[in-house]
Design a protein around this ligand. Sequence first.
Ligand code: SF4
Ligand code: SF4
Length: 411
Amino acid sequence: MSNVITLNKENKEIREKIIEAGGSDVYKCYQCGKCTGVCPWYQIETVELPVCRIAQTVRLGAMLISEDKEETAKETEEVYRCVGCDACVNECPHGVSIPDIIRAIRSILVNFGSYPSTLKSPISKIHNVGNPLGEPKEKRVDWAEGLDIPIFEAGIEFLYFPGCLPAYDPRLRKVAQATAQILKKAGVSFGILGEKEWCCCEAMRRAGAEYLFQEAVKTNIDAFKSAGVKKIVTTSPHCYTTFKNDYPEFGGDFEIIHTTQIFYELIKQKKLVPQGLSGLENPSYNDKTSHSSIKRVVYHDPCTLGRQSGIYDEPREVLKSIPSIELVEIENFSREYSLCCGGGSGGLWLDWPKEERIADVRVQQAVDTGAEILAVACPYCLQMFEDSVKTVNISIEVKDISELLADSIKR
Ligand code: SF4
Ligand code: SF4
């Protein structure tokens, strides 16, 4: 017989471990089930994931040296399905944060080495070289070659923090490059940290690697402070949210700005005047519909930028300022009801079967609007959606807002 035990009123040991690890909300849930219906996994027909029950029934089998290996593997899989999208947090009538409980459970599993093997590689790469791709530190600045961007020093106003994927990934480098071009065109005073920039580690904290997160926090805060940084512009909403909400707890108090916020501000100040996209005519602002050269664009709200940070309007305003764009919305799944791309909380490194990919559902929703371009404001979303577009062979272009804006100010 298995020696695993369920979390119930008698099972104080597991409950106390979860609370100790930060999941104090475990007491508050009254099992109404509202969270399950808004969880993105609910959109996947073949997956049944009653998320509210995970916290109540988790056995922490590995911790208790379970003999039931199959049950332990199933439990680990369920615990690692949560993508930290916070849709359930918004809906819960009792103020329960399931992602916080899940994070606490994961941190226990990570301490016992019982977590998905695909997460082991990015965790050890961050520890060794400061980024989940395992790229050498000295290559962190390669994306900026030829752009004449200074290393941050006293007297420069903003630190631009591209984050790991835009710094290293060949596709996502285009986002960092577009951002730099925009900031330069508008005359913004900014610099970069170069080799001293480390992964922000938001995803790894949510994946349960708390010790690694705290190592990253210390490294980044030390680098920011010794360079004299006060204001940070980030490309990734994941960097944005953790710098803003988590780093202050460790002494890192900086002004944090997402790229879409500074772009919108620069447009309002007329420091940027977007024209039509390349290859398109430049229709007047008031006569978009009569033009055949209009591009229909749908914007996907990243969970970390929308639900978690309340930034819904700035990305839309930037897109609307580009004359050749007609902005459309995904009915019922826009703004606070946006469906996650599936890449958060370590999801980027987890391989689910093809029929279980949340990103595929989201891309189909975008295609159903008739849009030609799916605009994003997050490197994770861009990577997840481009993978989907390739694998399900759907016809829609995925672009970061910075790429569209940079294109519109070329002339
Ligand atoms: S919505 Fe809140 S109270 Fe209801 S089951 Fe989910 S976590 Fe529990
Ligand atoms: S945070 Fe998102 S993925 Fe995680 S349980 Fe809540 S709704 Fe589901």
